[in-house]
Design a protein around this ligand. Structure first.
Ligand code: SAM
Length: 290
């Protein structure tokens, strides 16, 4: 079947079914074959790979995924796309579209039931912008069952995912992802490859999950509380952020001695701490929280 990812073919099929884009659902469809080929090639999808796609839209990326992968499971929230996808994905018998909000899906169960024949499972998607971060966190929870995610996201989100300590974009999202994955921005994508055009540039990002988490922490929930507190007000020092957002001021001496124990200067800002330092700090502070 002819690829639908050209402006003409996309418009034709959407018009045929009277489809109107909904901005609230982050519907910006890809109309550039080169970008689609690049996404599929960079993901390294082959006949051993099972793919989860979020938001197939009119099926532009799904077609390319289906040609390379063992099988594809795609979650689409918008039922109006059903007749469109029935047509564009008709030749591909290794694709199943589930019409459901991906945020409500049980990803673990989907992986266990749909990808028995695959050797590895990846998430590949042009993500809807309004819900990018929640979707990333949703898949992070399923990380032990996933090899990687190759996703199109807003450039600004990509920069936060990839940022290193000291960079203005480094924050709790960077730490949460890099705690269990390597992140690479593969390419910057101009607005012109989508219809309708979004207001910002996008990036294709590869999130490659690590076999083991980057650092060992005894209490993950507390580790992330420390991280969030440290970044809560970026102009504040680490000490002030911890005393404002995690501990009572009366514990100042104890917090200072935990910082001394880890060799971290209380006057530093959260954005300068490495993941290893956050792990050491959360270990030293854990006893104060109990
Ligand atoms: N993959 C298509 C492409 O690249 O042309 C469409 C990508 S478009 C940026 C995002 C898609 O995600 C839309 O089809 C939209 O309806 C769908 N979507 C939005 N929110 C969703 C959600 N919570 N769960 C599943 N799909 C969603």
């Amino acid at each position: 079947m002819e690829s639908i990812s050209t402006p003409k073919n996309t418009r034709e099929i959407l018009n045929k079914y009277g489809f109107q884009f909904k901005k609230s659902l982050g519907q910006n469809f890809l109309i550039d074959d080169n970008i689609l080929k690049k996404i599929v090639a960079e993901a390294g999808i082959d006949e051993r790979t099972g793919v989860i796609e979020v938001g197939p839209g009119a099926g532009a990326l799904t077609q390319y995924l289906a040609q390379k992968a063992k099988n594809v499971v795609a979650f689409e929230i918008d039922r109006r796309l059903e007749p469109v996808l029935n047509e564009t994905l008709k030749p591909y018998h290794n694709v199943e579209v589930i019409f459901q909000d991906v945020m409500e899906a049980d990803i673990q169960t989907v992986i266990q039931t749909h990808f028995k024949a695959a050797e590895r499972v990846m998430v590949v998607a042009n993500l809807p912008y309004y819900v990018t971060t929640p979707i990333l966190f949703k898949f992070l929870e399923a990380a032990p069952l996933l090899e990687a995610m190759v996703v199109m996201v807003q450039k600004e989100v990509a920069e936060r995912l990839e940022a290193k300590p000291g960079n203005k974009n480094y924050g709790s999202l960077s730490v949460a992802i890099q705690y269990q994955a390597d992140v690479d921005i593969l390419t910057v994508v101009p607005q012109s490859v989508f219809i309708p055009r979004p207001n910002v540039d996008s990036c294709v990002v590869k999130i490659q999950f690590l076999k083991e988490k980057r650092v060992h922490v005894d209490n993950e929930a507390f580790f992330f509380k420390v991280v969030r507190a440290a970044f809560a007000q970026r102009r504040k020092t680490l000490l002030n952020n911890l005393l404002h957002n995690l501990f009572d001021r009366s514990l100042k001496d104890e917090v200072l001695s935990a910082l001394a124990e880890t060799g971290i200067d209380p006057g530093r800002r959260g954005e300068t701490l490495t993941i290893e330092e956050f792990a050491a700090l959360s270990k030293a502070l854990l006893k104060l929280s109990q």
